[in-house]
Design a protein around this ligand. Structure first.
Ligand code: CA
Length: 250
């Protein structure tokens, strides 16, 4: 699949590589360019921040964790806090579960532990860019899943605009992805494992509170009474169920 660069819009995307190891950065840049992407490089968080200002057309960030002027987690968190929804793949030298979870909790969309295999990196780049594309339906026919309405909420997956109780809600990419997955699977119990695999792309994930933390946030945004949810229901500790029209009164 994806052999032709002309037919795949995501292969013309611009990728910002934030990496201070010169050899690794050069290798990444070269291989991305060979795949047909445009690649720009930043050695520090400071350089990355100015690249984002100077080249606003950046479609994806590959973000190293240990950088000379700070760590990738805080930079990612800053991006999300300031409303940047660019997909971020963290490149971490640490494969410990809590470090991966920390990356995802900071708003990253994916992570890759060093040393990684190039084909896997490229696959994850394609995947992150594809997910960005399915949130921007190209035609009216494809836009059936473009918006989600339930209770007092309306979410537009195309523009990333969400309204709840007549007020705008700012959602991160992962919150949108999670909502999108719920919207595709209404009234079905989704286990934490399934959500971690389908939404976070984490396989054989460790026991993590990540999913629960995200559910807490969704309830806070969209439930009339977050402590008595009617849309995002817990299911006997195993997972969650999304009920668009609300749980029936007992
Ligand atoms: Ca580094």
């Amino acid at each position: 699949m994806n052999l032709s660069n002309e037919s795949a819009p995501e292969t013309r995307a611009t990728v910002l590589v934030v990496e201070d190891e010169a050899h690794l950065a050069a290798g990444l840049k070269l291989n991305l360019e060979l795949e047909g992407y445009r690649a720009v490089h930043a050695r520090t968080i400071r350089e990355a921040a100015s690249q984002l200002v100077e080249a606003p057309a950046i479609d994806l960030i590959l973000l190293d964790v240990m950088l000379p002027d700070g760590d990738g987690y805080s930079f990612c968190q800053q991006l999300r806090d300031s409303g940047h929804y660019i997909p971020v793949i963290m490149l971490t030298a640490r494969s410990a579960a809590e470090e991966r979870v920390r990356g995802l909790d900071s708003g990253a969309d994916d992570y890759l532990a060093k040393p990684f295999a190039l084909p896997e990196l490229l696959a994850r780049v394609r995947s992150a860019l594809r997910r960005r594309h399915w949130q921007k339906p190209a035609t009216a026919a494809e836009s059936a899943l473009g918006t989600l309405s339930f209770g007092n909420a309306r979410i537009d997956f195309d523009t990333h605009e969400a309204i709840a109780f007549n007020k705008p809600v700012r959602l991160t990419q992962l919150e949108l992805d999670l909502l999108f997955y719920f919207a595709q699977n209404p009234r079905r119990v989704l286990t934490r494992e399934e959500l971690l695999e389908k939404v976070w792309k984490l396989h054989n994930a460790p026991n993590t509170r990540s999913v629960d933390n995200f559910i807490v946030r969704l309830r806070k945004y969209f439930e009339p009474h977050p402590d008595k949810p009617v849309h995002f229901l817990s299911h006997r500790g195993s997972g969650y169920k999304f009920v668009p029209d609300g749980k029936a009164a007992p």
